[in-house]
Design a protein around this ligand. Structure first.
Ligand code: F6R
Length: 248
């Protein structure tokens, strides 16, 4: 595990964007999978700047959506696809045919799972995934104790996830389920980046990185990934400083 601690959120975003851009430049045609949520917003901004200044071609790779709230679509502010299109795909000018998303409005979730699994398989698996860490340690919508099942599935949302969800929405939305790429498939990604910022995440970052690998904290299950890079800011690192060395 390579741990990079940036001074602040901007530093974390810049570093993560640099690592992603380097990967894309070396691996055109690869499949990437980005978390939505708040944490990657700064990284997306940096990547788009780099795209515009031609340091990287964000259209040279393919994308798989990590997860979606079941029942929500693009017109719901705070849905994963709304966040990803408005913060990344549209400003980066990624052609639609390079992106595969879960349709959260489709009641046939089995088909949605199969289509995503087929997309991932057709691109030779995920080359790089950038994952945020939920307040309960979830990655994607792999909630605590989600079983080790290959592929994609629908998960009943944990109470922590439901209560945190209101920060994304502009009106009350009764979300109960998430559809997600499973952690076992994420773990098959050739490269994994975990990002987190702020002291609010310090406790779950500690549990994820230095606690036992335990399904009660899904992010901890990534600890033994052979190509795991953790990029966090000093706030999120508050409880682990001194326990890993060297810091970079
Ligand atoms: C979103 C996702 C979630 C978030 C996590 C952290 O697509 O997969 O697992 O990454 O909940 O969310 P933020 O970044 O908003 O703190």
């Amino acid at each position: 595990m390579n741990i990079i601690i940036a001074d602040d959120y901007n530093g974390m975003s810049l570093k993560a964007a640099g690592v992603v851009a380097e990967f894309i430049n070396k691996n055109p045609g690869a499949l990437l999978c980005f978390a939505a949520g708040n944490t990657p917003a700064g990284m997306f901004e940096e990547l788009i700047k780099m795209h515009k200044s031609k340091e990287v071609d964000l259209s040279s790779v393919y994308y798989a959506e990590l997860d979606e709230w079941v029942g929500l679509g693009y017109s719901d502010r705070g849905s994963c696809c709304q966040v990803m299109f408005d913060n990344y795909y549209t400003p980066a000018g990624i052609p639609k045919e390079k992106i595969h998303i879960f349709d959260g409005l489709d009641k046939d979730t089995k088909t949605q799972c199969r289509l995503m699994e087929d997309w991932i398989a057709a691109h030779g698996g995920i080359g790089l995934t950038v994952l945020g860490i939920g307040m309960n340690g979830h990655i994607g919508f792999n909630e605590p104790y989600v079983p080790d099942t290959k592929g994609c599935f629908v998960v009943p949302l944990d109470n922590v996830t439901k209560s945190v969800s209101i920060k994304y929405f502009d009106r009350p939305l009764p979300v109960e389920y998430g559809i997600t790429i499973g952690w076992s498939t994420l773990k098959d990604a050739k490269n994994v980046i975990l990002i987190a910022d702020g002291e609010k995440k310090a406790q779950i970052v500690e549990a994820s990185l230095r606690g036992p690998m335990d399904p009660s904290v899904p992010a901890s299950l990534m600890q033994d990934h052979p190509a795991l890079t953790v990029i966090i800011d000093k706030g999120a690192a508050t409880r682990i400083r001194g326990r890993f060395s060297p810091f970079r």
